[in-house]
Design a protein around this ligand. Structure first.
Ligand code: ADP
Length: 516
C-alpha cells in the first residue's frame, strides 16, 4: 500500500523507497513503536526524579541547588543517581563511585596543567599537522627552552604562562628574549596579536563541550557560551602596552578589578549589550553586523573541537580501563563538561587557547558596595548559560546509551561527529598499559620499560639491551618522579626508540602489540 501516512509517522528514513511497499500491519507496528517511544520520553520528563548527591560540590553548589529546585530533583548526601564532584579527583578514589554517574572521567585531571596539556596538543600537532593548525605554537619550559631560543623571532610577540596558574595569574607578554624568566615551569606560546575586536576590545569565548560516553564515543557542544572582554581598548603589542593586562588578557577575575569593568545584569543578555561578560548569542549578533559569517566560524570551531576530542580519546580510554577494568558491567557512566577557551583572530579564525577540565560553575558575582565591602549576588548571565550547560548535561547523562546514540540534539547541546578510529596514540597508550600492567600507579619503572627489548627486532647492533636503561634515565632526567616514567615521557621514549632502531614508529608499535 502506498501510504502518505507511512511517511508522516515513520521516525526512520523518510526517503527510503522500501517504505512505500510496507503493509498496513507494519504501518501500525511502526506507529506503536514510535508512540511508545514518545510516551516513554514524556513519562521520563514527568516522572524521573533525579537524586543528586551534592556532598562533594564546591563552587557550583548554588547552581546545582537551583537546578534541583527548578527540575524537582532531589538533593541527597549519600549514594543517589549522580554524584557531582567539584574538585579534581585521584584515580584511586573513583572506586567509591562505581554505582553512580559522576561528572568526571578518570585521568582527565592529569591534563589540567598547562605543560601537560600543551605537550599532548603539541604531539598531536606533530603527527596530524593539518588538523592541528588551530593551536598556537607552544614551547614547554624548561625542556624546550633551547628550541624556543632557536626559533624565537624578534618581530613576534609571545605569551608566557606559568604551569599551575589560572585566571591570568603570573602571565606576561614577551618581545625580547631576555624577558623570559626561565627558572619556572611554564609554557611560552606565540601571541595571537591581531584578535577580532568588538567595541575596540579583545575578547575570548568560553564554550562548553560534553563527553557523555567513551564507547561509543559521544560528544556534544553547547550552543550557548560566554564571551569575556578586556576592559581597555586593544592596540597591537608594543613596549608601552605590553604590561597592561586589561588590554591583553581577557580573564574575568582580572578585569573585574578595573574601573572600566561593566557588569551587565539586565535581562537582554541574548542581544547586543555593553557588558564585560556576554553570551555567545549576543556576540554572534555583533559579528553578523561586522560582516562575519557565523556559520563558517561555528564550523571551524566544530572542526577544532572534534580534533581535540579525537586526541583525547586514547588517553581517556586508558585511564577508564585502569580504574574500571575489573568492574565492567557494574559501573555507571562517567561524563564530563570541558570548558574550551577560544580566541578569534581578525579573519574570524578560531585559535584554541586552553581546555579547562574543571570549568567554573559559579553563578555569583562580587559586587562592591559604597563602603568598599563586597557582597555576592547572582549573576543573571552566568545563571542563564550555566543552567543550560549543567542542567542539560545531567539530563543527558541520565538517559540510556541507546537514546544518547540516537539524539543529534539534546536541549542546548548539539552532537559532534567525532571519529574514534585508532591512531598512533591509541597504540602508544595501549603499549603503555600493557607494560604497566594497567596497575593504579600510572608510571613505568626502568625494568618494565626494558621488557621492550624482549620483542622481535627490538635490539640492534647499535642499540643493545642495556641501552634501554640509558634511554630511560636520559628521558626522566628532568622529572621529579623518582626514577619513574609517566605517559608523556613514554611518548618521547618510544619515539626515540624508533629512531635509534631505525624503524617506522607505527609499524614498530603494531609488531610489539601483536606479540604481547
Ligand atoms: P589562564 O588559565 O590563566 O586563564 P589562559 O591560557 O586562558 O590562562 O590565558 C589567559 C588569557 O590570556 C586568555 O584568556 C587570553 O585573553 C590571553 N591569551 C592566552 N594565550 C594567548 C595567545 N596565545 N594569544 C593571545 N592571547 C592569549
Amino acid at each position: 500500500m502506498k501510504s502518505q501516512q507511512t511517511h508522516d509517522i515513520s521516525p526512520w528514513n523518510q526517503n527510503n523507497e522500501d517504505l512505500l511497499t510496507v503493509t498496513e500491519q507494519q504501518v501500525d507496528e511502526y506507529k506503536t513503536t514510535y508512540e511508545n517511544f514518545q510516551q516513554q520520553q514524556d513519562q521520563y520528563k514527568k516522572q524521573k526524579v533525579i537524586k543528586v548527591n551534592t556532598i562533594n560540590c564546591r563552587g557550583e553548589t548554588r547552581l546545582i541547588r537551583k537546578l534541583i529546585a527548578i527540575n524537582n530533583w532531589k538533593e541527597v548526601f549519600n549514594n543517589g543517581d549522580i554524584c557531582w564532584l567539584g574538585l579534581p579527583f585521584k584515580l584511586q578514589n573513583f572506586e567509591e563511585y562505581f554505582t553512580q554517574h559522576v561528572n568526571r572521567f578518570p585521568g582527565m585531571d592529569l591534563l589540567a596543567h598547562k605543560t601537560q596539556s600543551s605537550f599532548y596538543l603539541n604531539k598531536f600537532a606533530q603527527y596530524f599537522p593539518d588538523q592541528y593548525e588551530f593551536f598556537p605554537k607552544t614551547y614547554i619550559i624548561p625542556d624546550e627552552l633551547d628550541k624556543f631560543q632557536q626559533e624565537y623571532k624578534s618581530t613576534r610577540t609571545y605569551i608566557a604562562k606559568p604551569d599551575a596558574g589560572s585566571q591570568g595569574d603570573g602571565i606576561y607578554l614577551i618581545k625580547k628574549l631576555k624577558d623570559v624568566k626561565a627558572n619556572e615551569s611554564m609554557v611560552i606560546q606565540q601571541y595571537i596579536s591581531k584578535p577580532l575586536l568588538i567595541d575596540k576590545k579583545k575578547f575570548d569565548l568560553r564554550l562548553y563541550v560534553l563527553i557523555i560516553s567513551l564507547d561509543p564515543y559521544l560528544c556534544y557542544i553547547n550552543k550557548e557560551g560566554l564571551a569575556r572582554f578586556c576592559t581597555v581598548d586593544y592596540e597591537k603589542p608594543n613596549d608601552k602596552n605590553l604590561r597592561n593586562p586589561f588590554m591583553h588578557l581577557t580573564n574575568y577575575s582580572l578585569n573585574k578589578r578595573n574601573t572600566n569593568f561593566q557588569f551587565y545584569n539586565g535581562k537582554n543578555i541574548l542581544d547586543i549589550n555593553e557588558g564585560t561578560k556576554r553570551t555567545y548569542s549576543s556576540i554572534k549578533k555583533n559579528l553578523e553586523i561586522q560582516g562575519y559569517n557565523n556559520q563558517d566560524i561555528e564550523n571551524q570551531i566544530d572542526t577544532l573541537v572534534v580534533a581535540y576530542l579525537q586526541s583525547l580519546l586514547p588517553f581517556l580510554e586508558f585511564n577508564q580501563k585502569l580504574v574500571f577494568q575489573k568492574k565492567v558491567g557494574e559501573v555507571k557512566q562517567c561524563f564530563q563538561i570541558l570548558g574550551i577557551d577560544i580566541l578569534l583572530n581578525e579573519k574570524g579564525k578560531p585559535w584554541l587557547l586552553e581546555v579547562n577540565s574543571n570549568p567554573s560553575f559559579q553563578i555569583e558575582h562580587e559586587v562592591f558596595a559604597a563602603n568598599g565591602k563586597s557582597v555576592f549576588e547572582e549573576s543573571y548571565i552566568d545563571s542563564y548559560v550555566k543552567e543550560l550547560v549543567m542542567g542539560d548535561a545531567i539530563k543527558l547523562a541520565m538517559i540510556s546509551k541507546e537514546d544518547q546514540e540516537e539524539l543529534s540534539e539534546f536541549g542546548s547541546y548539539r552532537k559532534l561527529d567525532v571519529d574514534s578510529t585508532e591512531t598512533v596514540f591509541s597504540k602508544m597508550m595501549q603499549l603503555y598499559g600493557y607494560l604497566s600492567g594497567y596497575k593504579f600507579q600510572e608510571f613505568l619503572t626502568s625494568s618494565k620499560f626494558q621488557k621492550l627489548a624482549n620483542f622481535p627486532q627490538m635490539i640492534s647492533q647499535t642499540f643493545l639491551k642495556h641501552d634501554y636503561d640509558l634511554l630511560f634515565r636520559k628521558i626522566i632526567l628532568k622529572s621529579s618522579n623518582n626514577n619513574l616514567m609517566d605517559f608523556f615521557q613514554f611518548i618521547n621514549a618510544i619515539e626515540q626508540l624508533a629512531v635509534r632502531l631505525n624503524q617506522d614508529l607505527e609499524t614498530m608499535l603494531d609488531r610489539i602489540i601483536e606479540n604481547f
